[in-house]
Design a protein around this ligand. Structure first.
Ligand code: S3P
Length: 426
């Protein structure tokens, strides 16, 4: 579906966003594993999170919504039941990889499938460590569908992460919960988002540049009452729109302020953005609070490759900030962008070309310079929600507005994107 986005001249308002996607997936899975009734407030209701709910229901977990609270009847250790049909993860890499860690430890067979985009994404990165832990997973070329054979006992592992991926880390840690003995996971100099380890309260040591995480059956989750802070990656689109629109202010309330997720805010601040954060509370070690943003003039800066895992989902919208900032924008060390919901290096560059920029594509990033061309343009989402929303922001900033093709994919993380835009424009 082609969506027209009209020009927005001023942003002025406040907004509460639905729960963070990464935290929502984990709260659901931990609640399903724990024995007894758990509740989750402000759960994201995007397609990706609904995929996790449906897969858990496929494993015979009872999940229902009472007013605005999700109630999960957790099944406890080895309480999942063999699904009657393959577990369909839709577009959701997080559902696939986190659930792989759980399915790897079950004594029944199961199968995971997904949509076309997910079926092109690499799964060998979870198959390898899980097979080292004693599970057998059949696949063709490390792609979906994945067939999990029944596993007797999961073995502990000492695993040094070969790729910077929080999803892979989550899979190994979730499998490690099913084993009495301790597993060790090491991230070397490339720290990914830390929701799994902090929400489960796992012991973490920093040794030089290494992060060492331990997990064992004694950290198996118990039932809980979760509050999911607003999605900081969704907030990023509104933050950048406010910075770039003139005479604008926006207050985002109760958003996740997890340190490994707010790194893009530090980058924007270093580019000259006026943003302030106020901490208000925490739930399961996840910090949250308010973000206040004002229109600002930006200058492009060098972005360290060490920060890439922490800003991986925000690179599409950071590049829109870069398009309006003084100087050249450049991102390197971000090869992982090629295997997201689309090849994001290609998706960003081809849309920036449409917008009138001179772009250079590298294997691990891109750079661009120039000015936005006047006139009405049509951007491509490539079926990728973050590309659709990033170029919607660009479209709203153009005097003439613009179109975004295959816009419906925004529902993967934020079905309410258009309503939220309406709400905050002056
Ligand atoms: C996620 C991890 C990231 C991110 C994704 C969500 C998670 O992927 O891109 O949107 O919740 O663990 P990686 O596995 O590449 O870190």
């Amino acid at each position: 579906m082609k969506q027209h986005l009209s020009h927005i001249s001023i942003i002025n308002g406040e907004i509460f966003l639905p729960g963070d996607k990464s935290i929502s997936h984990r709260a659901l899975i931990f609640s399903a594993l724990a024995k007894g009734r758990s509740s989750i407030k402000n759960l994201a209701e995007s397609d990706d999170v609904l995929a996790t709910i449906n897969c858990l229901k496929g494993l015979k977990v009872k999940i229902q919504k009472n007013q605005d609270v999700y109630i999960i009847q957790g099944v406890g250790r080895q309480g999942f039941k063999k699904p009657d049909v393959p577990l369909y993860c839709g577009n959701s890499g997080t559902t696939t990889r986190l659930l792989s860690g759980v399915l790897a430890a079950q004594d029944f067979p199961s199968e995971i499938t997904g949509d076309d985009s997910l079926s092109r994404r690499p799964m060998k990165r979870v198959i390898d460590p899980l097979e080292q832990m004693g599970c057998t997973i059949k696949s063709e070329g490390g792609k979906l569908p994945l067939h999990f054979l029944p596993t007797g006992d999961i073995k502990p592992i000492e695993y040094k992460m070969p790729v910077a991926s929080a999803q892979v880390k989550g899979a190994v840690l979730l499998a490690g919960l099913h084993c009495k003995n301790t597993s060790t996971l090491i991230e070397d100099n490339l720290y990914t988002r830390d929701h799994t380890e902090i929400m489960l309260n796992l012991p973490v040591d920093i040794i030089g540049k290494k992060k060492v995480i331990k997990v064992s059956g004694s950290y198996f989750p118990t039932r809980g009452k979760y509050f999911i802070p607003g999605d900081i990656s969704t907030a990023a689109f509104f933050i950048v729109l406010t910075i770039l629109a003139k005479n604008s202010v926006l207050l985002l309330q109760n958003v996740s302020l997890n340190k490994r997720r707010t790194e893009f805010i530090e980058i924007l601040k270093n580019m000259g953005a006026k943003i302030s954060l106020t901490h208000k509370g925490e739930s399961y070690n996840e910090l949250y609070g308010d973000i206040y943003v004002e229109s600002s003039d930006l200058k492009n800066i060098e972005i360290s490759t060490e920060l890439i895992p922490a800003i991986i989902d925000e690179i599409p919208i950071l590049s829109i900030a870069g398009a309006f900032a003084e100087g050249e924008f450049s991102i390197r060390g971000a090869k992982e962008l090629r295997i997201k919901e689309s090849d994001r290096i290609k998706s960003i560059c081809s849309n920036l070309k449409i917008a009138g920029f001179k772009t250079i594509e590298f294997n691990d990033g891109f750079s661009f310079d120039g000015k936005i061309e006047k006139g009405y343009q049509t951007f491509e989402s490539f079926g990728d929600h973050r590309i659709a929303m990033a170029f919607s922001v660009l479209a709203c900033l153009k005097k003439e507005g613009s179109d975004v093709n295959r816009f419906e994919c925004v529902s993967v993380s934020n079905p309410d994107f258009l309503n939220q835009l309406e709400l905050i424009k002056a």
